[in-house]
Design a protein around this ligand. Structure first.
Ligand code: HBI
Ligand code: FE
Length: 277
């Protein structure tokens, strides 16, 4: 069993269609930060220290800037109330607490309104690299620092809009690939070097090294049609990583564009195997 990876296959995770008890209609629940135990805060600190050491020269600059400006380097699981004061002031985003995976329509509705759904639990100390569902470390350490970066903040909201539209035209499997190969597993070229910006890599000890150093995966330049045609696995290190030149460039290719014509043009066009160049 791979232990370094978010091993739940999102498509198969048992996501109920009605909110769990205590959750609002949009699946949000109060974080109740005060109930986290010292042991849970310690898990955050262990994961944080390990990734900080691993990501020093591997993550894009904007990631480190986000950690600083959001003061995420403070010990313990972040209190969303404090975090949101700073995050909202920066880019109008807030983090909302959810019990785990939420239905696609709920998820993209939140993103389209600049709300990032973050798990209200943390993995256990004896399973630091085993994750059934996105926990607060994956969501807040992996995704949130870059939301302080304006171009990423705009891109993530555009992804929310595209997600809701894709649901309407039954093309969510396409949009999920765009999300997967950018938000979760994206790489960027920065000052001539390959850097990490995808949350699934940033929050993974093993994949932070593998994504940049292994000769096995392919690292093609980002190309929208190719991304929409390329399948992915969620139970192993990625076999392909798409590389962007800048967040501004990625935003330009995504915001405002209606992807429906491309979805239609790809109808019947065979998928691409991520294991093949
Ligand atoms: N729910 N909490 C949560 N976090 C996610 O990343 C998430 C989700 N629901 C659906 C979903 N992701 C997928 O639709 C995307 O990964 C495509
Ligand atoms: Fe994620």
């Amino acid at each position: 069993m791979l232990t370094d990876q978010l091993i739940a296959d999102r498509a198969e995770a048992p996501v109920r269609s009605v909110p769990p008890p205590g959750a609002a209609a949009d699946w949000t629940i109060p974080q109740r930060w005060e109930r986290f135990t010292p042991a849970e805060h310690r898990v955050w600190d262990i994961l944080f220290a390990r990734q900080q050491q691993m990501l020093g020269h591997r993550a894009v600059r904007a990631f480190h800037e986000g950690l600083d400006v959001l003061r995420l380097s403070r010990p313990g699981i972040p209190d969303f109330e404090e975090l949101n004061e700073r995050l909202f002031a920066r880019t109008g985003w807030t983090v909302v607490s959810v019990p785990g995976l939420v239905p696609d329509d709920i998820f993209f509705e939140h993103l389209s309104k600049r709300r990032f759904p973050a798990g209200n639990f943390i993995r256990s100390a004896d399973q630091l690299d085993y994750l059934e569902e996105p926990d607060v470390f994956h969501d807040v350490f992996g995704h949130v620092p870059l939301l302080a970066q304006p171009a990423v903040a705009d891109f993530m909201q555009a992804i929310g809009d595209h997600g809701l539209h894709a649901l309407e035209v039954s093309a969510l499997h396409r949009l999920a690939r765009l999300y997967w190969y950018t938000v979760e597993f994206g790489l960027a070229r920065e000052d001539g070097a390959l850097k990490i910006y995808g949350a699934g890599i940033l929050s993974s000890f093993g994949e932070s090294r593998y994504a940049l150093a292994s000769p096995v995966p392919h690292r093609p330049a980002f190309d929208m049609a190719r991304v929409l045609r390329t399948g992915y696995r969620s139970d192993a290190f990625q076999q392909s990583y798409f590389v962007i030149d800048s967040f501004e460039d990625l935003l330009e290719r995504t915001i405002g564009d209606d992807l429906a014509p491309l979805y239609e043009a790809l109808d019947g066009v065979p998928d691409l195997d991520p294991a093949r160049a």
